[in-house]
Design a protein around this ligand. Structure first.
Ligand SMILES: *Cc1c(COP(=O)(O)O)cnc(C)c1O
Length: 361
């Protein structure tokens, strides 16, 4: 395949592999070159193994890294193609999706409105809200899940030329980003940059990433098990929802590329890490937090990454993975977004309470 200088791609590998998609699926370059694969040396003593690998999607963009960028190459291109002027989305107070939307949306000329639901307040959450308004996003107070859903629908309906991105952005179009990512990893494996992993571990919420990686592994003919550390309620994140997302994504691709016929792939959820719920600290996650910071060199967060490392540490000691290559798929941004002086004054009044008193982490 084509050699790739770090920088903007001409088109995703997926369009080379499935030419039926090229020109018929919206896409714009946001990911800057293949993300490195490395050994997790910085956390080897804590993991108790020095042969665990990391796929550094934290470094996929200098604007904002992490899990949503590969999705947004397709989703934001779709928004622009449909003539949208504003993107409406929703997430928790500490939402990395909302930060990604605010920063990447601004970069491509889209306004952003985000409805935020309550979650335990951390330092990370406080900085996230300030970074969101610094990037120019309009934040709307959501509170509980019900009012958040209503206010998100209202923002979509009352904002002209708006485009809705649901929490997780797990729709088939967005999931193409992670089919493409598996082609990228396959190239890196074939170039000898890392062994073919027997397991890939990542935090899992709306499950689009897990479903697409599993589908991608099956497509490549890998027997790799994709292991999601569940970080949200099992009502939304379970084998059935993941199977449905994978089936929908496969159907979406097959409509344009009839030869695409992979099975659903091998996947599993680790249910025992989440604790009391989405964003709630657990003793294990609090203990893992400094190791997130050593590994990624950014302030850590609990909701996704600290819990993912807790799950990773469990998995690498399962007898079946002893001495076998395991890869951690990094999903947090390695870029800390800027916070303007006086950003707090730009928050709507209902948000000021989140800046009072101590945080849970
Ligand atoms: C969105 C996200 C994920 C993956 O979530 P899915 O919704 O399951 O695809 C993981 N980590 C971070 C930091 C995220 O923002």
């Amino acid at each position: 395949m084509t050699a790739e200088a770090p920088g903007r791609r001409r088109q995703p590998r997926l369009f080379d592999a499935l030419p039926g998609l090229a020109g018929r699926v919206p896409w714009m370059p946001l990911v800057e070159g293949p993300t490195p694969v490395e050994r997790c040396e910085a956390i080897a003593p804590w993991l108790g193994r020095d042969d665990v690998w990391i796929k550094r999607d934290d470094r996929c963009s200098r604007v904002y890294g992490g899990n949503k960028v590969r999705r947004y190459e397709f989703v934001l291109a779709d928004a622009l193609e449909r003539g949208a002027k504003t993107v409406v989305t929703a997430g928790g107070l500490a939402s990395t999706q909302v930060m990604a939307t605010a920063l990447l949306g601004a970069r491509v000329g889209l306004g952003v409105q985000a409805v935020l639901f309550d979650q335990p307040v951390t330092q990370f959450a406080r900085r996230a809200m300030l970074a969101d308004v610094t990037a120019g996003a309009e934040l709307i107070h959501g509170g509980g899940y019900g009012p958040t859903a209503l206010r998100t629908a209202r923002a979509r309906l009352t904002t002209p030329s708006s485009y809705l991105i649901l929490p997780g952005a797990a729709e088939p179009l967005a999931n193409l980003g992670y089919l493409d990512a598996m082609l990228e990893l396959d190239e890196q494996v074939r170039a000898g940059q890392c062994p073919r992993p027997e397991a890939i571990v990542l935090p899992t919420g709306s499950s689009g990433t897990l479903a697409a990686l599993a589908l991608g592994a099956a497509w490549l003919g890998w027997s790799t098990e994709i292991v999601g550390v569940r970080i949200t309620t099992s009502l939304a994140c379970n084998r059935l929802t993941i199977g449905l997302i994978a089936a929908e994504t496969r159907r979406f691709v097959r409509r344009l590329a009839p030869g695409f016929r992979p099975g659903p792939g091998r996947f599993r959820l680790l249910h025992g890490v989440i604790g009391p719920g989405y964003g709630h600290p657990t003793p294990e996650a609090l203990e893992a937090l400094p190791w997130v910071e050593r590994l990624l060199r950014v302030p850590g967060e609990i909701t996704y990454t600290a819990k993912a490392l807790v799950g990773l540490r469990q998995l690498v000691h399962e007898p079946r993975y002893r001495g076998r290559p395991v890869l951690f798929w990094s999903t947090l941004s390695g870029v800390e977004p800027p916070i303007a002086e006086g950003a707090r004054a730009r928050l709507p009044r209902e948000f000021l309470r989140y800046f009072e008193g101590p945080t849970v982490a």
